[in-house]
Design a protein around this ligand. Structure first.
Ligand code: PLP
Length: 394
């Protein structure tokens, strides 16, 4: 497979050069780019036949009845909540150890995010604590499959089903994840995916919802396009047909240009997962037994999508470690500091340090290191050596 070259971007005065081992490097091929060029040379640029092909391929990959492509995972989460009729006066349970998109989507729907603390070994929503957070207003739970490992879906689904509570999975990290026979969208009402610039599948910005419900699929298709009864593809073919608007929707569709970049990536999903798995295992082996250093564990029976690899370092050494890794030309990130302690959430909801201690502890210790299929063995060695060296100086 011919990889596309990464042409050096023109640097503006505010841009810094990427580190020698960048945090992320995409694996787009000439075939992906050619598919985009084909769309650009066609008549139809927005949501049309290529997006329909993408939706079919993704549904087949996931083994789920429907996929609706949208503009981002944020809009996938938001539209799923809207399609389920969730709004003002409702509560949605989720985790504070996530990207702000998860709880922001709840706020945009007009509902209240109710946080529940996470498991210390995985950073995932602790399902055993969910029952204690349910009130008569609880309408949904958003489990976030953090870093690619699924939340314990069987007990969560049992709990929610008994109480008529919906499940909207935030599977932004977890397209490839498995838990025995369970995959995203098997036990949840909907599962939401991201094709953001650094995700396992990427078109820069994009997302999708998978669902086995015909009703939810129809709602999502309309909500992504203003609530119109016909999409642009229907309107552009054949003779004019009037459309109606029955419900207030949004503008959150994915264009054929973006879908074209994704359609062939689906064929490489498993090969790329295998490479990320091999890298993650090398990291795990190398970091076991280093004093003060730990990392989230993948539970027996789970297949992680291996989206991000995070290390946990002593909280008082975290910023120093970030600076030292950057000085060694290793690209790093922090996924995540606990959401409830960010200024907006503190001010709006009165959260204080100590409200969700496990998420807070993880949030103060986390550093994400590079993990993507294009990392060479030499680059993996370099990351390991840099982490070992910095840990040796704590
Ligand atoms: C856990 C999680 N949820 C949601 C999102 C939002 O995805 P998007 O940028 O496609 O809206 C992200 C993106 O980073 C994420 O990591």
């Amino acid at each position: 497979m011919q990889r596309a070259g990464w042409g050096a971007p023109a640097l503006t005065s505010t841009m810094q050069e990427a580190p020698e081992v960048p945090f992320y490097r995409h694996s787009l091929t000439e075939e992906d780019i050619a598919e985009v060029a084909t769309v650009l040379r066609s008549l139809f640029l927005t949501t049309g036949p290529v997006t329909a092909r993408l939706e079919e391929k993704l549904a087949a990959y996931l083994g789920v009845k429907h996929v609706v492509a949208v503009s981002s995972c944020t809009s996938a989460l938001f539209l799923s909540l809207k399609a389920l009729g969730i709004g003002p006066g409702d509560e949605v349970i989720t985790t504070p150890m996530t990207f702000i998109a998860t709880s922001n989507a709840v706020l945009h729907a007009g509902a209240r995010p109710v946080f529940v603390d996470v498991e210390p070994a995985t950073g995932n929503l602790d399902v055993a604590r969910v029952a204690g957070a349910i009130t008569p207003r609880t309408r949904a739970v958003i489990p976030v499959h953090l870093y690619g490992q699924m939340v314990d879906m069987v007990p969560l689904a049992r709990l929610c089903r008994e109480r008529g509570i919906a499940i909207v999975e935030d599977a932004a990290h977890a397209l490839e994840a498995r838990q025995g026979d369970v995959r995203p969208a098997r036990l949840g009402d909907a599962a939401c995916f991201s094709f953001y610039a650094t995700k396992n599948l990427t078109c820069g910005e994009g997302g999708a919802v998978a669902t086995s419900s015909d009703e939810l699929k129809e709602s999502l298709r309309r909500l992504r396009m203003h609530g119109m009864s016909r999409g642009a593809a229907d309107r552009s073919t054949g003779r004019h047909q009037h459309w109606d608007m029955e419900r207030l929707g949004f503008k959150a569709n994915l264009s054929d240009i973006q879908s074209a970049l994704l359609v062939h990536q689906i064929d490489r999903i498993e090969e790329q997962l295998a490479r990320r798995e091999a890298i993650a295992r090398r990291y795990e082996e190398a970091f076991r037994g280093i004093g003060g250093l730990d990392f989230p564990r993948v539970k027996a029976g789970n297949t992680s999508a291996r989206h991000l690899f995070t290390i946990w370092v002593p909280p008082e050494r975290r910023d120093h470690t970030i600076a030292e890794l950057e000085r060694r030309q290793i690209g790093v990130a922090v996924n995540y500091r606990a959401v409830h302690l960010l200024s907006y959430y503190r001010e709006a909801f009165g959260h204080e340090p100590g409200s969700f201690p496990i998420a807070e502890a993880i949030g103060s210790r986390t550093i994400t290191i590079p993990l993507y299929p294009g990392l060479t063995d030499g680059e993996v060695d370099r990351v390991i050596a840099a982490v070992r060296e910095v840990a040796g100086s704590w």
